[in-house]
Design a protein around this ligand. Structure first.
Ligand code: DGJ
Length: 733
């Protein structure tokens, strides 16, 4: 049992094999946070709560005479606002009298074997009850008859703790939920750096690290999607923590819409982290009897640096967040026609690409944007999901059958959350988009966002996509989403519920995805949002892989894929070899390096293969042959980052299978440095007592030697820009 209640101390001790998390019911039923960190055998409270009279920190009722008791200085588990704590609250509720003061006290608890699902929301799951236990604590506000139910699920051997919250209005008044975090954690010091993954289009998930200072540090999205600007993830790291050593606390939100991560350092240098739905422009009406469920937050503590944290997230998300046929299945190597043809294609052109791809050993042909309506550019037809017979006279079935006859799978692009003004769908249903009455509608890429907060809109999309997916042998879908929300409002909601639109949209999206992915369990779904603009755990629940970025330049990708790997498993990172000069940044990199970078993810090609020289085509065949051999290792092995492209001119990483019998190492050098020294890479993750042969080098040595002495990067890597090399290691004994 990973949850222990000590009735004498009134503590709940949650423990995984490596982590402990302790909370305590203290004076008057307040729920205090006591510890989170490396696993301790038993919590006997060596650091009892100290309270002294702190000026300007008031004393909540009934402690009028106890000037030492204030919520302002107590570490709290799910803090409110209005009764003496002035730090960032975890939630806020407006009542009929206009007040937002609340006061939650412990009411009851239960321990549930396993982990209950979150209705309508993505969440990590268990396959049997033994994998996790759940602590459910009910807090109540007696004035409002409000119940706030905190769920903590503890994955013993996956080393993670998840949290989510349900608000139940058991009273008589209508409540307005203004803020509802999924998690709040207090630390009693601020000796941390904050790490987050931020950037923008084609520059996603840069690893940014900065010291905490007094005040509030926040990252968020108000765009209607989790966004490429900020990923719904933050970590607190001890100053000395690096990739391999040191303590780090990760917070990841299983959600695809507006979020807020906030880190506050208070006057006493205590830190509060909260993560959840963005309270900005959010208000949810809770009528008597109604409840509201927050998304799930996943907490990972590691004392083995960022690498340890990432491997925990990878394993949990790969095996207990992703679902479906493809969860544990090797992903096909694909060719996508987008950068090869853009909108300018016909059946012959596509078939030529497919024939050549097949000859090289590619397994899946993906037809990207432009196959429907009258779409010859991006100004029209989103919403009209009927095949363009001018381009494809035989329809999707004929093309799909031809691809299948070549021995390849056939995949198709959609952007089902969008509509162009120039489309039949919009002409027929102008109120089906996110909009505000009497105001003009902003466009982005000439398109509007369909109102997925409406059930009828979602149902219509489900039916249309079902029809298309049944019309041809489609085995893969690329689900794109290329603009963010403006004039956020819905014709389906009354005025007092307009600020529910953005969250209802995400709930609608999740329902559509749940329906389609269960209706078509054998289709591999890949999510995309102008590249990696919605690369979040919420989407991974429905689609096990994501196109990581529209930027496919190998050098840019070093950073994008490195940053993505902080949280997301390699099996979720779509990566393609594209043409040079690169279409996004104009850089010319060798095919070898483009291959090595793309092979470090879910591999594919996105270029006109016939434009390659014969020698390059042989190289492509070689890359495909190699990837097929290392695919299980890359997609399902443990990932170790060796050199960070954010810290220098190089990058390196490696993959090791679970049994530590095989490894694949990649080294990348960006620019040539004059008269530079030699580089030795100290490997990781091998069995120190086993002997490994490095193929090619034909040298065998102990795992301990490869890890502590290292492997020398070939001397000729000194010369030239954009160089890369790889090694394969095999365990001999
Ligand atoms: C944006 C995606 O990220 C691209 O890969 C491509 O599918 C285009 N949309 C098509 O419009």
């Amino acid at each position: 049992m990973s949850i222990h209640f000590d009735a004498r101390q009134q503590t709940f001790h949650l423990s995984t094999e490596r982590t402990s998390y302790v909370l305590q019911i203290v004076k008057d039923g307040y729920l205090s946070h006591r510890y989170w960190g490396k696993r301790i055998h038993r919590f006997s409270d060596t650091k009892p709560i100290v309270s002294i009279d702190r000026p300007l920190s008031p004393n909540p009722y009934p402690h009028r005479k106890d000037s030492e008791f204030s919520l302002d200085t107590l570490m709290l588990e799910y803090p409110g606002f209005g009764t003496s704590d002035f730090r960032t609250p975890a939630y806020r509720i407006q009542q009929e009298n206009g007040s937002t003061t609340t006061d939650l006290r412990f009411d009851s608890y239960e321990i549930i074997p396993g982990k209950p699902g979150l209705p309508g929301l993505p969440a990590t799951y268990v396959e049997c009850e033994e994998e996790a236990d759940t602590l459910r604590i009910t807090l109540t506000d007696s004035v409002l008859d409000l119940r706030v139910i905190l769920d903590y699920s503890v994955y013993d051997s996956l080393h993670a703790i998840t949290r989510s919250v349900r608000f139940v209005n058991a009273g008589q008044q209508t409540l307005k939920l203004l803020h509802a975090s999924s998690v709040s954690v207090d630390f009693d010091d601020a000796d941390f750096d904050l790490l987050h993954l931020s950037g923008g289009w084609s520059n996603e998930r840069n690893v940014l690290r900065r010291p905490l200072e007094k005040g509030i540090h926040s990252i968020d999205s108000k765009r209607g999607v989790s966004s490429p600007q900020h990923n719904p993830f933050v970590a607190l790291m001890r100053k000395e923590t690096g990739e391999r050593f040191g303590e780090v606390y990760g917070f990841s939100l299983v959600y695809s819409g507006n979020f807020l991560a906030s880190v506050e350092v208070d006057q006493y240098d205590a830190t509060r982290v909260s993560l959840g739905l963005n309270p900005f422009d959010f208000m949810w009406t809770l009528e008597p009897g109604e409840s509201f469920q927050t998304p799930e937050a996943v907490l990972v503590y590691s004392d083995q640096g960022l690498g340890g944290m990432s491997r925990t997230y990878h394993r949990l998300y790969r095996t207990r967040l992703c679902r479906g046929t493809y969860r544990d299945k090797e992903r096909p190597i694909l060719v996508n026609n987008w950068e090869a043809t853009y909108f300018d294609f016909n059946e012959e052109k596509l078939e030529r690409i497919a024939v050549q791809a097949r000859q090289h050993g590619i397994e899946l042909f993906v037809l990207d944007d432009g196959w429907f309506g009258k779409r010859d550019d991006d100004t029209s037809s989103l919403g009209d999901w009927d095949v363009n017979r001018k381009k494809l006279p035989g329809g999707l079935r004929q093309l799909g059958d031809r691809i299948a006859r070549l021995g390849m799978q056939f995949g198709l692009w959609f952007e089902p959350e969008m509509v162009n003004e120039d489309s039949e769908l919009y002409r027929n249903h102008p109120d089906w988009v996110i909009h505000v009455p009497d105001r003009p509608r902003s466009t982005g890429r000439y398109q509007l966002v369909l109102d997925y907060s409406r059930t009828d809109v979602c149902d219509a999309i489900i039916e249309k996509l079902t029809e298309v997916l049944q019309s041809a042998p489609i085995r893969y879908v690329k689900w794109d989403m290329n603009r963010h929300m403006t004039e956020v409002g819905s014709a389906g909601l009354p005025p007092e519920r307009q600020r529910e639109t953005a969250h209802r949209y995400i709930l609608g999206l999740y329902r559509v995805l749940e329906t389609l992915t269960s209706r078509f369990p054998d289709i591999l779904f890949e999510s995309c949002s102008s590249g990696g603009g919605r690369f979040d755990p919420g989407m991974l629940y429905y689609m096990p892989q994501t196109w990581a970025s529209d930027n496919s330049d190998a050098i840019s990708r070093l950073r994008i894929q490195y940053g993505t790997s902080l949280v997301y498993p390699i099996s979720s990172i779509g990566a393609h070899v594209t043409a040079v000069p690169n279409h996004q940044v104009g850089r010319v990199t060798p095919l070898e390096m483009r291959g090595h970078v793309a092979m470090s993810g879910v591999f594919g090609y996105e270029l006109d293969l016939s434009a390659l020289t014969v020698a390059e085509q042989r190289q492509v065949e070689e890359q495909i042959r190699l990837y097929k051999q290392i695919r299980p290792l890359v997609q399902f092995g443990d990932f170790y980052r060796l050199l960070s492209p954010f810290e220098g001119n190089e990058a390196a990483w490696m993959f090791v299978d679970e049994e530590r019998t095989e490894a694949f190492v990649c080294y990348f050098k960006i620019l040539a440095q004059p008269n530079s020294g030699f580089r030795y890479l100290r490997l990781q993750g091998l069995d120190p007592r086993s002997t490994y042969l490095v193929e090619g080098l034909n040298q065998a040595a102990g795992g301990d030697e490869w890890m502590n002495v290292g492997i020398r990067v070939p001397v000729d890597m000194i010369y030239g820009d954009f160089r890369s090399c790889t090694w394969r290691l095999r365990k001999l004994e």
